[in-house]
Design a protein around this ligand. Structure first.
Ligand code: GAF
Length: 387
């Protein structure tokens, strides 16, 4: 077994349950190239699944018991019965991502059976790279291998994972992270229409690498700030009598700007302009036009900083450091929910080392930490794996 994640899950499984697992699944994290806070506005996003994943080794049981061991959390065990109500637990938090998906399956009347599972992963946690979505999607993908689940598509699994996070875990996220994890295509970004759920793979240019710089700035108050942004977007949509900001255009927004609270106006302007940038960025990526992609990523970052107000000074400085190295030859912006987390850059392979060296030399978080740097490849979505 060469994949380190799989061998760790297999070892944790055998230690905890005294038998060998019979099923292996994995689901990737994601990085969003452009299209931030547009998913819950029914808009457009351009993420890709990354080659950092959550893996599960499992064995179906003949009874109604679920036992889950977390190799990344000291082999902590969570155990429950499918015939009793599945409750949210205070601790450990990871257990809720598994419980929530199982609960969704039960509520949808799917023929869930008992299962032993061991989980391990290498998606950086708390960095905005969707480690939790990858866990939820991996659990969904695991149960989807059982008889009676054949009709579930990758989008169904993504929506079940999102429903679990919304209703069980209590995070009011959109659908981008789960769709990216469930539907990723190796070597491609995904142009996702978060309303129609259409997913269009866009090839990554051969000459470009994806770099992720984790600022190691803790994303404080991220949930409450995220929810406030959502409410402001919903306020703007209600004002215009439309289902979501996806349905607003710039001409209408400009003509009726004076009707809106200035903060709500800025939030709406970010979403409307960001949707346009996503479409243009997908075209630029498909054409291998890194200069145009760079302009769009810069405009996206400025919009997140000035209109949506979700960047922080350390992130702005990290973006400037990378931009200084890549100039017009690629793009860089904050990625994910905001208030810290990661910066993503699409850069020619030839500039990877220079960008890394500049950030290693120049960047420190407010509490003195260097950035953690990843070079990743757009990866395939969740699936079964043969060890
Ligand atoms: C988080 C959410 F989970 C996503 O749904 C999305 O809204 C993103 O923030 C911002 O684009 O990752």
């Amino acid at each position: 077994m060469t994949d380190q994640r799989l061998s760790r899950t297999a070892a944790a499984f055998e230690t905890a349950f005294g038998a060998a697992p019979t099923l292996f699944v994995q689901a990737p994290g994601r990085v969003n190239l452009i299209g931030e806070h547009t998913d819950y506005n029914d808009g457009l996003v351009l993420p890709c699944a990354i080659d950092y994943r959550t893996a599960i080794a499992a064995k179906p049981r003949s009874d109604r018991k679920v036992r889950v061991v977390a190799a990344d959390y000291g082999d902590a065990l969570d155990e429950y019965d499918l015939d009793a109500p599945i409750d949210r637990v205070g601790q450990p938090m990871w257990a809720n991502y598994v419980r929530g998906v199982v609960d969704q399956f039960v509520k949808r009347g799917l023929p869930v059976q008992g299962m032993d599972m061991a989980i391990a992963g290498d998606v950086p946690q708390g960095a905005g790279l969707s480690s939790s979505a990858s866990l939820s999607v991996a659990v969904g993908r695991l149960f989807a291998t059982l008889p009676g689940f054949e009709a579930l598509s990758p989008i169904d699994i993504a929506l079940i994972a999102q429903a679990s996070e919304n209703d069980f875990v209590g995070t009011k996220c959109g659908n981008m992270d789960q769709i990216s994890s469930a539907c990723g295509v190796a070597g491609h970004a995904l142009l996702i229409d978060c309303r129609s759920l259409d997913v269009k793979p866009v090839p990554m240019p051969d000459n470009a690498a994806i770099m992720i710089f984790n600022s190691n700035v803790t994303r404080g108050l991220v949930d409450s700030a995220y929810n406030v942004r959502r409410e402001q977007c919903e306020t703007a949509a209600r004002h215009f009598g439309i289902p979501a900001l996806r349905d607003l255009d710039m001409a209408t927004l400009q003509a009726r700007a004076a009707e809106l609270d200035p903060v709500v106006l800025r939030r709406a302007r970010h979403v409307v302009t960001e949707d346009d940038r996503v479409l243009a960025a997908a075209d630029a990526l498909a054409a291998g036009d890194l200069e145009r992609l760079g302009e769009l990523m810069a405009a996206s970052h400025a919009s997140m900083r000035d209109d949506f107000e979700i960047t922080v000074p350390a992130i702005d400085s990290l973006v400037a450091m990378v931009k200084n190295v890549i100039g017009t030859q690629g793009g860089v912006r904050m990625t994910g929910g905001g208030f810290g987390g990661c910066v993503v850059a699409v850069v020619p392979h030839a500039l990877v080392d220079a960008a890394r060296a500049a950030v290693e030399r120049e960047y420190r978080s407010p509490d003195g930490k260097p950035a953690t740097i990843y070079v990743c490849k757009p990866a395939a979505g969740a699936g079964s794996v043969t060890p």
